[in-house]
Structures are given as structure tokens and as C-alpha cells.
Design a protein around this ligand. Structure first.
Ligand SMILES: [Zn+2]
Length: 462
């Protein structure tokens, strides 16, 4: 039944302006699609986004050939709900995979992969963490290699790149290919291989002094699971800056893998005709708001992520879009690009913005954290204003920030701009039901995970 409903959307839409001449007429004419998800990559850690000390030449080159979105925000500060939003075009509140008892993406969601599957694509996914596997409901629509969690002791990026290149080498390219490659090497523990390790750090990380582990495992660090082993990689380190710089080294390491993929696509003559998307699911606290080397709260360092879209045939190449948009907008954008009419969802197609049509319908900019009614937070952005609401053991707090004047979110303006705070509060509770704020109309759907998977995720800080 679900397949029939999805098939009903496969009436090829009146193609947007830039694609009018290349509207697909058969599966053979559909462009190949590559979705690269780089876990935990902050939006401000790319040279093309203005960072003047990190080297990301391959991602920068991809941005130059496509559209760079400088204000893209994720829907959650952690992996499962955020990627579930990318794959459904919905808020976590609507797709229901928010954590705790709501750990699984319910099969009644229509996923991006399912649309590609029914449109005739071969759909392959290679991921580096169990949250993106079928046991968490994220395998829906993969008709080739379904995403499986890998052994975290392996060199993950090398493995993902190898699997991706092997698929490109062996797949019959007469059939359109949708491939999702997920890199986890920017995520803690920050342990990039040589020659990347230490490339940005020039101090002595083990100089005499207070071990950073003593601090990170103390109550001074508000992170959850701070004693779970998530900081073991900092044994013997005395300089927090070492972690900050090794995080960046991981970014450059993964950038090199993006380069390997692009080189292959160009060598094989595939690059020009492909739709290539690069996005992250969330950023990282690097000391911001008192959090270190984790992603816990929907502050901007966790919500602001890179988004680059290289369209087929060089459409919109070199465009920079500064309008605030959401990772939820990816699904309708990708579907519309290949000529599939997107169904109604929370996300909005970005094609009008790419074409320079100012005043197009704005994105819904919300983010959520927490799967328990005892402790959760919500964020609503109405640029440049951001309202953050938190409920912790029955205590409610509202904070209002001006992201333009105060991008670090240091000054709560909720009492100074009381009317603005009130109107955004009302808007927030029109989006979420204050009586049932976690998920809309769903029962708990826990994932069926084994003990080893659970321990592996705990060691990563989940
Ligand atoms: Zn993640």
C-alpha cells in the first residue's frame, strides 16, 4: 500500500526553470544522485564558509560548482532525529524518531530513499553508525546494499570511500543510482590518521598541568554520559586546545575523501550529470556554552551545518544562498531536481532560492532535543531571532537570542524584547502540542538493538 501511495507522487512535475529542457522521461534519463553525510561537521569549519585556518579544498571546489547555503540549520543536535529529518523532510516531532522510547523511524514515514527506489533507482547506503541502519528504521527504500553499522575499530572513512567507489565501478550505470555515503570521522574520538593528526596543533598536548579528563569528567562539564568512556581518547592530555585542533584535522581528513570520490566521478565522466549533495547532521560544542567535544543542546554550534548542492549540468554553479534554510528542505529539493513531485512535508524545495527568487516561501526553522517529557528542549528561529525553550525536571526556561548581533548566543533577551519572546512562544506551541511535546500522535517505538550495539553507542556518548 505504501509503495502505491509513493508511486502516486511519481507523476513528473512541471520541472523548475533550470531543468525544463532536461525533464526526465524514463528511468534511464534520471540523473545519478550522491548524498554525502559528514557527521558532526560544524557549518563554520569550511574554508568556503569563511574559516581562514582550515583546509577543505575538495569541499570548496564542490561548492564552487554548485550552491553553497551559508545558513543551513539541522533539526536536532544528534544523529538519529537529524538524519531522519533529512530522509523524511519532517521535523522530529512529526517523524517520531527522537530517542529514548522513540528510537525507531516508523515505517509509515515516506523516505527519500523510497521515492528513489520506486522511481527506478538502485539505492545503496553505506554508513558508519548503527543509528542509520535498518534496526533504527533508516534502511527503508534501500534495494541494493542497505546501510549497516561498521566496526568502529576500522578506518571508517577509507572503508566508506572504498564501498562507494566499488559501487560506482560495478553498478550498471544504465540504471540511475542513488547512493548515500555517511562519514563519521569528524565525530569524537578525534583521532585522524597521519598526516592529518596534529596538522593544526603546534603546542605540547601533554605538558605538565591539569589532565583535561579530570575536568571533563567533573560536574563542571554539563555533558550527559561524561563518564561513559566518551572521553577516554584524551587520556594524558593537558590542553583542551588539542581536541579543538584535532577536530579540525578530522575535517580536512574527510575532505580528502570527498576529493577521492570527486576525482573518480570526473575521471569516469559522471560528475557533470550528477546531483551531488553534501550535508551534516549537526555540529559540535568545542567549548561553546560550557560543553566540550560533544553535541548536546540546540545552540547554533550544533545546529549550523554545511549544505552544498551540485546540480546536474552546472545549474546554479557558484551561487551562494544566505537565506536561512533547514536540512528538512533537502528531500523536496532533491526530488524536484530529478523531476519527482514532492508530497506535502515540513521542508520546502530550495530550487526557487537557487534560482534567485527572493521572497519564496520560507523554511520552517525548528530544532528539538530530548525524548523524555522530563527533559527536552526546542528551538525556533525567525531570523535573526531564536527562541530556546527547555524543560528540565518540570522547570521551564525560555531564552531569546539575536543571532545577528550575538551569534554566540550569550545574552538572553527574553525580558528585554518581551513582546517578541511572547509571539515566538505562541508560534512554538502552535507547532508542537504543549501537552504532548515530543512526538505527534505516536506510541513508543523502541529499536530492537543488541547489547553490543548499545555499548558501542554509549561509548560514543549516546
Ligand atoms: Zn551525528
Amino acid at each position: 500500500m505504501k509503495r502505491i501511495l509513493i508511486a502516486a507522487f511519481l507523476v513528473l512535475a512541471a520541472a523548475p526553470v533550470a531543468f525544463a529542457q532536461q525533464r526526465p522521461t524514463s528511468p534511464r534519463a534520471l540523473p545519478h544522485v550522491l548524498l554525502i553525510g559528514i557527521d558532526t561537521l560544524r557549518g563554520d569549519h569550511l574554508a568556503c564558509s569563511g574559516n581562514d585556518w582550515i583546509r577543505t579544498p575538495n569541499i570548496d571546489a564542490l561548492a564552487a560548482d554548485g550552491v553553497l547555503f551559508t545558513r543551513c540549520f539541522s533539526t536536532a543536535p544528534w544523529t538519529l532525529p537529524s538524519f531522519a529529518s533529512i530522509f523524511t523532510g519532517k521535523t522530529p516531532y512529526h517523524h517520531g524518531a527522537v530517542g529514548f522510547d522513540y528510537q525507531r523511524l516508523d515505517d509509515d514515514n515516506y523516505t527519500l530513499t523510497e521515492f528513489f527506489d520506486i522511481a527506478g533507482y538502485r539505492t545503496n547506503g553505506f554508513v558508519s553508525i548503527n543509528y542509520l541502519t535498518p534496526e533504527f528504521g533508516m534502511g527503508q527504500g534501500f534495494n541494493g546494499d542497505a546501510p549497516q553499522g561498521l566496526d568502529p575499530d576500522l578506518d571508517r572513512a577509507s572503508r566508506i570511500t572504498w564501498l562507494g567507489l566499488e559501487t560506482l565501478r560495478t553498478h550498471d550505470l544504465n540504471q540511475p543510482l542513488f547512493m548515500f555515503l555517511h562519514y563519521f570521522d569528524v565525530h569524537a574520538p578525534y583521532t585522524p590518521p597521519a598526516p592529518y593528526a596534529g596538522m593544526y596543533y603546534h603546542g605540547d598536548e601533554m605538558a605538565p598541568g591539569e589532565p583535561v579528563l579530570d575536568f571533563l569528567r567533573s560536574d563542571a562539564n554539563p555533558a550527559r554520559n561524561r563518564n561513559s568512556g566518551m572521553y577516554d581518547w584524551l587520556e594524558g592530555i593537558t590542553d583542551l586546545e588539542f581536541g579543538v585542533k584535532e577536530y579540525a584535522a578530522g575535517v580536512t581528513f574527510v575532505d580528502d575523501h570527498v576529493g577521492q570520490l570527486m576525482t573518480h566521478l570526473k575521471d569516469e565522466g559522471l560528475y557533470d550529470g550528477m546531483l551531488i549533495v553534501l550535508v551534516s547532521d549537526h555540529g559540535e560544542h568545542l567549548g561553546d556554552h560550557g560543553y566540550w567535544f560533544t553535541h548536546a543542546e540546540p545552540y547554533q554550534e550544533c545546529l549550523h551545518v554545511p549544505l552544498l548542492i551540485k546540480f546536474p549540468k552546472g545549474s546554479f554553479a557558484g551561487t551562494v544562498v544566505e537565506a536561512p534554510i533547514s536540512t528538512m528542505d533537502l528531500m523536496p529539493t532533491m526530488l524536484e531536481t530529478v523531476g519527482i513531485r514532492p508530497p506535502e512535508m515540513d521542508g520546502r524545495s530550495l530550487l526557487p532560492l537557487c534560482a534567485g527568487q527572493a521572497g519564496s516561501v520560507g523554511s520552517l526553522l525548528v530544532a528539538e532535543q530530548g525524548g523524555s517529557v522530563e527533559g527536552f528542549s526546542k528551538a525556533l528561529i525567525d531570523w535573526p531571532w531564536k527562541l530556546m525553550y527547555a524543560r528540565t525536571q518540570g522547570i521551564e526556561t525560555y531564552r531569546l537570542f539575536d543571532l545577528h548581533a550575538d551569534p554566540g548566543e550569550t545574552e538572553n533577551l527574553a525580558t528585554v524584547h518581551e513582546a517578541k519572546a511572547r509571539s515566538m512562544r505562541l508560534r512554538m506551541w502552535r507547532i508542537f502540542d504543549p501537552e504532548s511535546p515530543l512526538v505527534e500522535g505516536r506510541g513508543a517505538i523502541p529499536a530492537d538493538v543488541d547489547e553490543e550495539t548499545r555499548k558501542r553507542l554509549e561509548a560514543l556518548g549516546y
